[in-house]
Design a protein around this ligand. Structure first.
Ligand SMILES: [Zn+2]
Ligand SMILES: [Zn+2]
Length: 386
């Protein structure tokens, strides 16, 4: 099959500027990157085609040669799959990706997750940060707590003190790459760099790898930690434990451990920042006559709240200082009580008779407030009829 025109591959015109070419390449490479197209078998071939086109068009000299001679300018290079030196036949995806890693680091940075960045070079590598999701109750968020957790993580290998070498001997510079972590390969008239196959990019090798950790300098282990959860945390609060993440590679510094807090829903209290809301049932008679209700509080105690005479369902009352504490600084929120007036059910004959007499009394009353109980109902139907 004939090779496609490089300008056509990138979707730009012959007169496109270097900036336009770069932009077109970025968009295409992102779209076709094999990491994102594992399910599309032809994506890798298209991705290669795009990279090949960009490799030529981004370079003023190569672009000029291509503009004059077309693909013939590079015969014996990448064309036709006849690969010279370095690759040793068709590369697997890993080799392939690293061959273009320079371009990618240059253009994308975080898109590649930084995995192919310079961090692997040199002997010591910082350990990964770890995330631990911790769900706690609202009472615990109110009081704060000391929590024992178990974190499966990589810790420094005890047998080799984290060096990765049997008997603790120092690693030596990799002979293949002279410690660079990368090797260069000539391919047509391109030079490509790829990760050193001997040391996997670390730059050093361990002559006698530790038998316990196979030379990594760290082993997997469950680690018990005691974490101090301060009062006032809420869902989404992050607690960073410096140096409690994964151990570094070959004696590198450890990563951090992040505790992500989730505060579970509470059956009684709803939280809004530092304030709490609680719906409290109150008997119809007490709401009418006035009195007190007892309410639970988040500290495990009880408070008595005055119910004013003639309270309607939904009436809110504030209990100062019975909310949640501030996570940083001082202060405490309030608790809001919402009355839910309960209608009596399953009345006996006497109770029904009393309520009937009560109803008659209200209807006959000249006091508009007392009869308002029925007036409101009447007004509802009157308004509807208008
Ligand atoms: Zn090497
Ligand atoms: Zn070891």
């Amino acid at each position: 099959m004939a090779k496609r025109d490089y300008y056509e591959v990138l979707g730009v015109s012959k007169g496109a500027s270097a900036e336009e070419i770069k932009k077109a390449y970025r968009a295409k490479a992102k779209e076709l990157h094999p990491d994102r197209n594992a399910d599309k078998p032809d994506a890798e071939a298209k991705f290669k085609e795009v990279n090949e086109a960009y490799d030529v068009l981004k370079d003023a000299d190569k672009k000029a040669a291509y503009d004059r001679f077309g693909h013939a300018a590079f015969d014996g290079g990448m064309a036709g799959g006849a690969r010279a030196g370095g690759f040793g036949g068709a590369p697997g995806q890993g080799d392939f990706a690293s061959a273009f890693s320079d371009v990618f680091e240059d253009l994308f940075g975080d898109f590649m997750g930084g995995q192919r960045g310079g961090a692997r070079r040199g002997r010591a590598t910082r350990g990964s940060d770890l995330r631990y999701n911790l769900s706690i109750g609202l009472e615990d968020a109110y009081s704060g707590l000391q929590k024992q957790i178990t974190v499966p993580t990589a810790v420094a290998c005890g047998a080799c003190s984290g060096t990765g070498s049997e008997g603790g001997s120092e690693p030596v510079t990799c002979p293949t790459c002279s410690g660079m972590g990368k090797v260069r390969a000539q391919q047509g008239f391109f030079t490509v760099e790829r990760t050193c196959p001997t040391c996997s990019g670390v730059g050093q090798i361990v002559k006698n790898p530790c038998k316990t950790c196979a030379g990594a300098g760290r082993v997997q282990k469950d680690r018990a930690l005691s974490v101090n959860i301060p009062a006032g945390v809420e869902t989404g609060t992050r607690i960073r434990l410096s140096g409690e993440g994964e151990a570094g590679l070959r004696g590198g510094p450890a990563g951090d451990l992040y505790i992500f807090i989730e505060v579970a829903d509470h059956p009684l209290f709803q939280r809004d920042g530092m304030d709490l809301y609680c719906r409290v049932p109150v008997p119809m008679t007490r709401a009418a006559l006035g009195g007190e209700v007892e309410v639970p509080t988040i500290d495990g105690g009880r408070s008595r709240v005055k119910v004013p005479e003639g309270s309607q369902s939904g009436r809110q009352m504030r209990l100062r200082g019975k909310g949640m504490p501030a996570l940083r600084g001082s202060g405490i929120g309030d608790m809001y009580i919402e009355l839910a007036v309960e209608t009596p059910v399953k009345l006996n004959a006497e109770q029904k008779e009393l309520l009937r007499r009560f109803e008659e009394s209200c209807a006959k009353s000249n006091n508009p407030d007392a009869s308002g109980f029925f007036d409101k109902v009447r007004k509802f139907w009157d308004d509807l009829a208008k």
